[in-house]
Ligand binder design. Structure first.
Ligand SMILES: Cc1ncc(COP(=O)(O)O)c(C=O)c1O
Length: 384
C-alpha cells in the first residue's frame, strides 16, 4: 500500500516492491554478501543465488538458463541486443527495421547505428499505431539483418502481433528483438518455439527494484559486447552481477506468472470501469481504436484543453499519472508516440496515461475519475 494519500496511477513508470520481493530482499539485510565470481564459500553462495534466479526465469520463459543474461535494466538490454546484434552481423548486411513508436532506448540505439553506417526503416503503422505484418514482410530486403518491435507500447498499451512478426523474421532469416517491458505479466511468453531471438525485461516495472533487468538471448546468436572487463554473463556483459536484484526479479517474475490470469481479470474490470466513467467527460477521446490493448494502460486526451494546466492541477491534487513516458517528463516536447499517431502538439500535451498496478482498486479509480472530472470541467470553464 502507498503510505500517502496520493492516487497513484503511474505503475507503468514504476511500481512498489511486491511483498514477496521485500521478503526475499530482507533475507540479505543481515546476512553476509560476497561477489558471485569469488571462489570462496561465501562467493559460491552468491553464485548459487544467481544461478537459482537464472534457472527460475528461464523456466518461466521456456528457455535455457544460459540464455538469460542479467543487465542493469531494459535500457541496457535493448541497447546491447540491438547494437550488439547489428555490429556482430555487419558483414551480412546493413539494413534494420523498427517502428516509430518504440521506447527511446530502442530508437536511440537505431539512431546511433545510423551514424555508424546502418540504414534503418522506421515503420509507422496505421493511424492507430498497428503495424501490419505484411508491411513488415515487404520492408525486408536482402540486406536486412535485424528487426526490433516492442510487445506493448508503454504510452498507449497497444499490443503488437509479436509472434506473427517474429515468425516472419525467422522465415526470412533475420534476427528479431523484442522490448517486452510492458508486456510481461500481461501476456504469456514462451521463447523456445518463437521466432524471438532476444527479449528485454525490466525489474522496476514488475515490483522488483530499479537497476536490474534481463536480456534473453537465444543460444548461438552472435552479439558484440558493449561493456568490457570480466567474463560475466556468458562473456557478453562485463561487471559484477547484482545477485540480490536478480533474485528479486526472479521472485517478481514468478509472482506475475502465477497471477497473470487473476490480475488480467482485475485490470479488465478496472479498465472498463474507468472508461465508463470517463466517457462522459467533456472533450475526451479514449485512445483505444487499435486492434488490441493491454488492460492496465489507458491513454486518453482532451480536445482544446490546456495540457499544462491539467498536469499542474492533477499534481496539486496528489494525482500521479503520466503524460507519455516518464523519461520524457520535464521536457516540453510532445510525446513522439502520440505525435506519430497524428496528434497535434496541443492534443498530445493534453493527454494522460493512466496505468494500473496490483495495488489499484475500484475505490482509487472512483476517486481519480471524480477529481479528474472536476479539474477538466473547471479548466474548460476558466478558458471560456
Ligand atoms: C517499453 C519500455 N522499454 C524500455 C524501458 C526502459 O527500462 P529501464 O528503466 O529498465 O531501463 C521502459 C521504461 O520506461 C519501457 O517502458
Amino acid at each position: 500500500m502507498r503510505r500517502s494519500s496520493t492516487i497513484y496511477l503511474d505503475h507503468a513508470s514504476g511500481t512498489n516492491l511486491l511483498p514477496e520481493v521485500k521478503r526475499r530482499i530482507s533475507e540479505w539485510l543481515d546476512s553476509d554478501v560476497a561477489n558471485p565470481s569469488s571462489i570462496h564459500q561465501e562467493g559460491r553462495r552468491s553464485a548459487a543465488d544467481l544461478d537459482e534466479a537464472r534457472t527460475s526465469i528461464a523456466e518461466v520463459l521456456g528457455c535455457k538458463p544460459s540464455e538469460i543474461l542479467f543487465t542493469s535494466g531494459a535500457t541496457e538490454a535493448n541497447n546491447l541486443a540491438i547494437m550488439g546484434t547489428a555490429e556482430a552481423l555487419r558483414d551480412k548486411g546493413l539494413h534494420i527495421i523498427t517502428c516509430v513508436t518504440e521506447h527511446p532506448s530502442v530508437l536511440e540505439s537505431h539512431k546511433t547505428l545510423e551514424k555508424n553506417g546502418f540504414q534503418v526503416t522506421y515503420l509507422k503503422g496505421d493511424k492507430n499505431g498497428d503495424v501490419d505484418p505484411e508491411e513488415f514482410r515487404a520492408s525486408i530486403t536482402d540486406d536486412t539483418i535485424l528487426a526490433s518491435f516492442m510487445w506493448v507500447n508503454n504510452e498507449t498499451g497497444l499490443m503488437h502481433p509479436i509472434e506473427e512478426l517474429a515468425a516472419i523474421a525467422r522465415d526470412r532469416g533475420i534476427r528479431f528483438h523484442c522490448d517486452a517491458v510492458q508486456a510481461f505479466g500481461h501476456i504469456p511468453m514462451q521463447m523456445q518455439n518463437s521466432g524471438i531471438d532476444s527479449l528485454a525485461l525490466s525489474g522496476h516495472k514488475l515490483g522488483a527494484p530499479a537497476g536490474i533487468g534481463v536480456l534473453y538471448l537465444r543460444k548461438g546468436r552472435a552479439i558484440s559486447r558493449k561493456s568490457f572487463g570480466g567474463s560475466q554473463e556468458q562473456n557478453v556483459r562485463a561487471g559484477t552481477q547484482n545477485h540480490i536484484g536478480a533474485a528479486a526479479l526472479a521472485t517478481a517474475i514468478q509472482y506475475h506468472t502465477t497471477h497473470l490470469d487473476v490480475n488480467t481479470k482485475k485490470y479488465v474490470e478496472l479498465s472498463d470501469h474507468i472508461q465508463n466513467q470517463l466517457k462522459t467527460l467533456p472533450g475526451i477521446q479514449i485512445n483505444r481504436q487499435g486492434k488490441q490493448y493491454t488492460p492496465n494502460i489507458l491513454s486518453c486526451s482532451f480536445r482544446h484543453l490546456d495540457g499544462e494546466a491539467l498536469f499542474i492541477r492533477l499534481d496539486m491534487q496528489n494525482i500521479a499519472v503520466s503524460n507519455g513516458a516518464a523519461c520524457s517528463t520535464g521536457s516540453q516536447a510532445p510525446s513522439h508516440v502520440l505525435t506519430a499517431l497524428g496528434f497535434d502538439e496541443n492534443l498530445a500535451q493534453a493527454s494522460l496515461r493512466i496505468s494500473m498496478g496490483i495495488e489499484s482498486s475500484r475505490h482509487e479509480i472512483d476517486d481519480f475519475c471524480g477529481e479528474l472530472k472536476q479539474i477538466v470541467t473547471s479548466i474548460y470553464r476558466d478558458s471560456k
